[in-house]
Design a protein around this ligand. Structure first.
Ligand SMILES: Cc1cc2nc3c(=O)[nH]c(=O)nc-3n(C[C@H](O)[C@H](O)[C@H](O)COP(=O)(O)O)c2cc1C
Length: 581
């Protein structure tokens, strides 16, 4: 953030001298010269040039109140205060009428007190840190801070503070002006909200459009398949087309869930170099004809535990930003490296460990500090029609992967976006192999109780499981499922949707089912991962994200059955083994 000049800098700057004459100037000031004092609201509407950020006066004291300037300060509608930092706790030494009008306090209630009496429960501490820091450095600062009037009413205060020195550079006073910008903030927030709604509208319209197309393909091909049941050579390709479109629709919902950060990540040990290389065709296509992609990949990279699909999406998002930053072409570098050693970890603020960093470097115009500060906020965009979700998504993904996202950029010097991920611990590699278990012999297939309120979805699951040779029981609600379990039907695995009508969720069902049948393996499925409590493997629940592919369902069923040694409660259900082969 560009801030007001520091004290040393002030002393070196050209001064604007005032009230000259034989005795020399009566006061002098450091003109702002376009240097802003912070990100706060600026009443001039432009970076100030001529107002002073620090002043030097020749006569100390506040008693001289007979001149035009004192009258002006009392007449202005801009609240102003002067504090005396030579007194303990920097108390108010003077406040003008407009300050009392704004805050509702009387002179006797404020003179001699530090201005912090204006603060309250919702005042942002980081803003106060900024002020404290500026005062410690004896420099100007401007912040928007939430304050409270005497009657308790909150208001947004555009506060500007600047130091006043004597001719030798000794600090005498602080001057501050305040301004109630509550209405402006409310308008600004309403405007931002409207923009977000606009962005959501755009996003929704785009999604509706894509989904319509996919539904068209699915329905059309299913119709073709229906009328061609007698001709498998026609029906089959139609079904395959419908299936591909349905999978694309599934991908789309996954992407939306990532926007909403409600996506369940499926981390597995991956080598980032391999992913980048495998994905490089796509990256080159994304960059378009004018940009060169340069890969600078550190050989021998350890593996990381990340979700490869989301990693690719994140990389794509960053590449798209780089592309948009360089419309005239140039080179974009994707580089990987290992981050280890206490010094390097310290630079990145990382806890002890070894990390992989992947950075994307462009040579675009770069970002000014105020843009950089907001770049990962959702809906923040400088690109016009975009929704501003790109870097927010990347940030969400990296955070969820226990990593860090770092942005460094300066106007005229391009941008470097770095994603840092911890390397996988050696134990996690074992997971990769676990998916290779073969199917079990049909005659030994256990019984799966499918609980799902949507008839079509339930029937599909039943069919897939039956085709694989499982015995299937089904229920349309948690209550029905419990009734089945109470009747003592043999059930080896409970496969349940999470959100179901009728009050009982899949999670509650799982709990009650486990009371009836301790150790019963449970597989839950949902498209809305946020609904799941933290009940992953430690809670003994396997989780299947919706929409799922047949093979994912079968795989999860196998894993769930194999994971939990099944304890049979005597008298409830028959022997539940037969699934461990
Ligand atoms: C001249 C001057 C005016 C100030 N005016 C305000 C103000 O209007 N509202 C506010 O919240 N803080 C104001 N402050 C900041 C507080 O006095 C104080 O510096 C801030 O709370 C951080 O320090 P602390 O941690 O000691 O409270 C002002 C400070 C100075 C020097």
């Amino acid at each position: 953030m560009a801030i007001g000049s520091g004290k040393e800098e002030q002393l070196e700057k050209r001064l604007d001298e005032q009230g000259g004459g034989n005795s020399g100037s009566q006061s002098a000031g450091v003109p702002a010269d376009g240097k802003v004092e912070g990100n706060a609201y600026n009443p001039q509407g432009n970076p100030g040039v001529r107002h002073w950020q620090a002043s030097f006066i020749s006569r100390d004291g506040l008693q001289d109140r007979g001149n035009i300037f004192f009258a002006a300060v009392e007449m202005t509608r801009m609240p102003m205060v002067v504090t005396d930092p030579r007194q303990p706790d920097n108390p108010i030494a003077f406040a003008n009428g407009a300050f009392f009008d704004l805050t509702g306090y009387e002179s006797g209630e404020v003179i001699g007190r530090n201005c912090r009496f204006l603060q309250g429960p919702e005042t942002d501490q980081r803003t106060l840190d900024e002020v404290r820091q500026a005062l410690a450095e004896q420099r100007a600062v401007a912040v928007d801070v939430l304050n409270y009037k005497k009657d308790g009413a909150p208001f947004w205060n555009a506060l500007f503070i600047g130091p006043i020195f004597d001719e030798d550079g000794q600090l005498l006073y602080y001057f501050a002006s305040q301004m109630d910008i509550t209405e402006r903030r409310a308008n600004q927030e309403a405007y931002l909200q409207a923009q977000k709604m606009e962005a959501i509208g755009q996003l929704t319209a785009g999604i509706a459009h894509d989904f319509n197309n996919l539904l068209q393909v699915i329905n059309g091909n299913l119709e073709v398949a229906m009328v061609s049941l007698e001709r498998p050579d026609t029906a089959r390709p139609a079904l395959e087309r419908a299936q591909r479109a349905a999978m694309r629709a599934g991908k789309l919902t996954q992407q939306l869930l990532t926007f909403a950060r409600k996506q369940r990540l499926e981390p597995r040990p991956v080598n980032i170099n391999n992913l980048v290389v495998e994905f490089s065709d796509m990256l080159v296509r994304t960059l378009g004809g004018k940009l060169e992609l340069r890969l600078d990949l550190r050989p021998g990279l350890p593996v990381c535990m990340i979700d490869p699909t989301h990693f690719e999406m994140a990389l794509l998002n960053v590449l798209i930003n780089a592309r948009d930053a360089m419309p005239d072409g140039g080179e974009v570098t994707v580089a990987t490296s290992i981050v280890r050693g206490e010094d390097r970890l310290k630079v990145h603020g990382l806890p002890h460990g070894t990390y992989i960093s992947l950075c994307v470097i462009d040579h675009g115009p770069g970002m000014p500090p105020e843009v950089l500060r907001h770049a990962t906020e959702p809906f923040f965009t400088t690109k016009g029609p975009g929704t501003g979700l790109g870097l927010a998504m990347v940030h969400g993904f990296v955070q969820q992967s226990h990593g860090r996202l770092e942005l460094s950029s300066q106007p005229g010097q391009g941008t470097k976006v770095t994603m840092i991920f911890p390397i996988a611990d050696s134990a996690s590699g074992a997971d990769e192999a676990s998916s290779a278990n073969g199917a079990q012999a049909d005659e030994n297939k256990p019984c799966v109780l499918v609980v799902e309120d949507n008839d079509d979805v339930r029937e599909l699951a039943e069919q897939v499981l039956e085709m694989e040779g499982y015995a299937v029981q089904s229920a349309g609600s948690g209550e029905q499922a419990l009734a089945l379990l109470r009747e003592g039907d043999p059930v080896d695995l409970l496969f349940t949707d999470v959100i179901m009508p009728g009050g009982m969720t899949g999670i509650e069902l799982a709990e009650q089912a486990r009371t009836l049948r301790p150790g019963l393996p449970v597989l839950v499925t949902t498209g809305y991962m946020d609904e799941l409590p933290d009940c992953g493997r430690s809670g003994g629940l396997e989780i299947l994200a919706k929409p799922y592919r047949q093979e994912s369902l079968l795989e999860k069923v196998r894993v769930a059955l194999a994971r939990q040694p099944i304890n049979v409660v005597p008298g409830l259900g028959g022997p539940l083994g037969g699934n461990d082969g």
